[in-house]
Design a protein around this ligand. Structure first.
Ligand code: ADP
Ligand code: MG
Length: 488
């Protein structure tokens, strides 16, 4: 298959159009010129006939009966480049510039020649045909004249003057004209062809450039740009494409970052799972292959295996939570609820855990006994309070305290969990809400942390339209707090 470039196509279309146009113009011009030519020819013919008529009437040339004048008239016709015939009223040829007097008798009767018949009826007639006398194409013109002005020819009166022009001559002139028109047309066509090829090149160059850049993009190179100087639709297209590329680049950067975060997370997850799984396997293997001296020893191993399993369980449920939150699968069911009653209840439930660690946990607003209506999802906020309080208990000091409470803050209510614990070093503060981030890995593991608690807290509070914040001082304690809006 022939797949011409845009440039060639444009040029071809141009040439085709111009060829059609010049053909149409050429044909029209030639036709009208031919018509004009014929009209002029007929006019000239009539003028010449009148001239001959005048000569015959007013000079001695009219007396063709005399051989000398016959010859004289023949010469006159020859120098005028036409053939002259004089015909009488019965159609007999009395004079012919191409035939000698002696042969005149052999010439056919001309009564029925078309131009003669036309002249008989209308005074003037023309025709165009092959001469039967001379076997050559001629253009004929005949003039009828009045009896009383006629020259005498052997007693008969000449009735018609006829002039014949050899058509070969006329046709040659016309062909010359036609050739000139065709040559001029071809030259113009060629010139326009060159010009339109150049123009098509100029037009298609920016398109070619665009295509080349697009090809690069297709191959995956996003660091390119569509460069142009045109202010037309092509320039606009290039601008749009550049904007698209910019957006694509931005998206790609984000996508790569996301991919990086995802694979990092997957690595972290596998790493986190490995330790409890291996430890659990170790305990189970010991239980299977060892002979225990007493039941207590065996019980101890079973207890340790159980601990690891529950650690695994915690890790898995935190992982499920975080992936459900991040995938958007977990939806907040925001409604109005009484924050006071909610927090009092949370404190009750956490009391046992605190006591086990010898930590005094208290509800700061216990005296208020009023209702505080806020908007939020109590199930998920319960998870937030539990996570924060468990941290406050776990990372506390011997006989430390934890206080859970709320207070007025502008339009809304601030909820806080604060402890008298070890505190968080300032350089760690910005990162503690990241997944798997721990200040002290060993301590976190020892107290059964998954490293996901604060990440879950952050997600849930953000889904409430808020932000968890933290103030902490090493050796003094930490305070985690966030805002809830009031229910109107
Ligand atoms: N109240 C707190 N006091 C001191 N450190 C804390 C407190 N809360 C959180 N941290 C630090 O932030 C880290 C991340 O907390 P979290 O996401 O809940 O993970 P985990 O408790 O499972 O270790 C903890 O490992 C701990 O180092
Ligand atoms: Mg925690």
């Amino acid at each position: 298959m022939f797949h011409p470039s845009l440039r060639v196509k444009l040029t071809l279309v141009h040439l085709l159009l111009i060829a059609a146009l010049s053909l149409a113009v050429g044909i029209f011009t030639l036709a009208s010129m031919q018509r004009f030519f014929k009209q002029r020819l007929a006019q000239n013919m009539e003028t010449e006939l009148q001239q001959v008529h005048y000569l015959l009437q007013h000079t001695a040339l009219g007396s063709i009966a005399e051989p000398m004048h016959y010859q004289e008239l023949s010469r006159y016709a020859n120098t005028s480049h036409f053939r002259l015939t004089l015909i009488d009223s019965s159609g007999v040829v009395r004079f012919d510039s191409k035939i000698s007097v002696d042969s005149l008798a052999l010439v056919d009767n001309h009564r029925n020649r078309l131009e003669v018949r036309m002249a008989l009826n209308e005074g003037f007639g023309t025709d165009q045909r092959l001469s039967s006398t001379l076997n050559e194409p001629f253009y004929y013109g005949a003039l009828r004249i009045k009896h009383n002005y006629l020259p005498q020819t052997k007693g008969e009166m000449v009735r018609f003057i006829r002039i014949a022009l050899p058509l070969a001559e006329i046709q040659r002139q016309f062909q010359d004209l036609r050739r000139q028109i065709v040559i001029a047309g071809l030259a113009a066509w060629l010139l326009i062809g060159c010009f339109s090829f150049w123009l098509a090149g100029r037009l298609s160059y920016p398109i070619q450039k665009l295509a080349a850049v697009a090809e690069k993009v297709r191959r995956g190179d996003l660091e390119v740009n569509f460069q142009h100087r045109s202010r037309d639709e092509l320039g606009e297209l290039a601008d749009h494409l550049n904007q698209m590329l910019n957006k694509l680049r931005r998206d790609m950067v984000q996508l790569r970052k996301l991919e990086q975060v995802r694979s990092q997370f997957l690595g972290n997850v596998s790493h986190e799972l490995r330790t409890p799984v291996f430890t659990l396997l170790g305990y189970l293997e010991t239980l299977l292959h060892s002979h225990f001296e007493n039941a207590e020893q065996q019980q101890e191993f079973i207890g340790k295996a159980y601990q690891q399993s529950s650690r695994l369980n915690d890790l898995l449920s935190d992982l499920i939570d975080i992936s459900r939150i991040e995938s958007g699968e977990m939806k907040m069911a925001i409604r109005s609820f009484d924050l006071h009653a909610f927090l009092a209840n949370q404190c009750d439930e956490l009391q046992k855990k605190a006591e086990q660690q010898h930590i005094a946990l208290s509800f700061a607003n216990v005296e208020a006994k009023n209702q505080v209506w806020v908007k939020g999802d109590p199930e998920h906020l319960s998870q937030v309070i539990t996570n924060l309080a468990e941290n406050a208990i776990k990372y506390n000091v011997e006989n430390g305290t934890v206080e859970i409470g709320y207070r007025e803050a502008g339009e809304g209510v601030e909820v806080y969990v604060q402890d008298t614990g070890r505190g968080i070093p300032e350089n760690h503060l910005p990162r503690i809400f990241e997944r798997f981030y721990r200040v002290d890995k060993e301590r976190s593991r020892a107290v059964g942390g998954t490293g996901l608690g604060l990440a879950i807290v952050k997600h849930i509070i953000e889904a409430h339209g808020g932000q968890v914040q933290v103030q902490s001082q090493v050796g003094k304690g930490s305070r985690f707090y966030f805002h809830l809006s009031r229910a109107k």
